[in-house]
Design a protein around this ligand. Structure first.
Ligand code: UD1
Ligand code: MG
Length: 248
C-alpha cells in the first residue's frame, strides 16, 4: 500500500477577497496560506501532494515550485469540488492507499487532526471518512445527515437542503480521508443533478455508502480549525490566531 497522498483544492476564484492575488497565495506571517495546508498534510504523513489549480493557475504554480513533493493538476473550468478532485486522477493513477482531500484556503488545519482522519480510515477500513465539526454558525456549509441510530447518511448542501436539514449543526469541514481507489470509483458516478449544477465531491460519501462500503462522519474538528478564508477580515483574524500560536 502507498503512503497517504493529499489532494488540495485551489482552483476556485475568490471574488470576496477583492484582490488580484490568487486567494491561496495571500500571505499569513510571510508565507502563502496554502503552505500551512501543505505542512499539515505532510505532518499527517502525506508523501505526495496534488494541488488542483485553475483560476490564475500559472501564478499559483510559480509560487510553489520549490516544493518537490507537490504536483499540479489543472482544472480549466470550475465545475465543482468533485470535478476538481477528478483532475488528480492521472497524478494518482499508481497510488494505492489513502487520499486526504483538503482545501487550500484553510490554514488552521492541524496535522494531528488529519492523522486522526487517516487513522479512522485505516482502523475501520472505511472507503470514506468525512471530517465534521459542530457549530451554530452553519451558514453556507454542507450539513451532515445521520439516521436515527446516528449512522452517516449523506451530506446536503445548504442550497439543496430542506428546512429541517438546514437546521442541522454538524457540518462538513471539506476535509476527507478516502481510500484512493474507492474515491475515484465514486467520482465517476457523481452527476451534477443539484441546485448548483455542480459535480459535488460530497456526493461520493453517499454513493459509497449505498454501494455497501463503510463511510464514517468523524467530528474530529474544532470549527475554528476548519475555518476557511473568504474575506480580508478573516485573513487578518487567522493571522492573529497563528501569531498567537507561534508565540506560545
Ligand atoms: C464545500 C462543500 C461543503 C463544505 C464546505 C466547507 C461541496 C459540494 N461542498 O462547499 O459541504 O461544508 O466546502 O468549506 O464540496 N474548488 C475548486 N474547483 C471547483 C470548485 C471549488 O478547486 O470547481 C475549490 C475552491 O477553490 C475551494 C474548495 O474547492 O478551495 C471548496 O469550494 P467552495 O466553492 O468554497 O465550496 P463550498 O460551496 O463552500
Ligand atoms: Mg467555501
Amino acid at each position: 500500500m502507498s503512503a497517504p497522498a493529499a489532494v488540495i483544492l485551489a482552483a476556485g476564484k475568490s471574488t470576496r477577497m477583492k484582490s488580484e492575488l490568487p486567494k491561496v497565495l495571500h500571505p499569513i506571517l510571510g508565507r502563502p496560506m496554502i503552505e500551512y495546508v501543505l505542512d499539515a498534510a505532510r505532518t499527517a504523513g502525506c508523501e505526495k501532494i496534488v494541488v488542483i489549480v485553475g483560476h490564475k493557475a500559472e501564478e499559483v504554480k510559480a509560487a510553489l515550485t520549490q516544493h518537490s513533493d507537490v504536483e499540479f493538476a489543472l482544472q480549466a473550468e470550475q465545475k465543482g469540488t468533485g470535478h476538481a478532485v477528478m483532475m488528480s486522477a492521472e497524478s494518482l493513477a499508481d497510488h494505492d492507499g489513502p487520499v486526504l482531500v483538503l482545501a487550500g484556503d484553510t490554514p488552521l488545519l492541524k496535522g494531528s487532526t488529519l492523522s486522526r482522519l487517516l487513522d479512522v480510515q485505516q482502523q475501520k477500513q472505511a472507503a470514506c471518512v468525512v471530517g465534521t465539526a459542530i457549530t451554530e454558525a452553519n451558514e453556507g456549509l454542507g450539513r451532515i445527515v445521520r439516521d436515527a441510530e446516528g449512522n452517516f447518511l449523506r451530506i446536503v448542501e445548504q442550497k439543496d437542503a430542506t428546512p429541517e436539514e438546514a437546521a442541522i449543526q454538524e457540518i462538513n469541514t471539506g476535509c476527507f480521508a478516502f481510500d484512493g481507489r474507492q474515491l475515484f470509483n465514486a467520482l465517476e458516478q457523481v452527476k451534477p443533478d443539484n441546485n448548483q449544477a455542480e459535480y459535488y465531491l460530497t456526493d461520493c460519501a453517499e454513493i459509497l455508502r449505498k454501494a455497501g462500503e463503510t463511510v464514517v462522519a468523524e467530528a474530529a474538528f474544532d470549527i475554528q480549525e476548519a475555518m476557511g478564508v473568504n474575506t480580508q477580515e478573516q485573513l487578518a483574524e487567522i493571522a492573529e490566531i497563528l501569531q498567537r500560536e507561534s508565540a506560545e
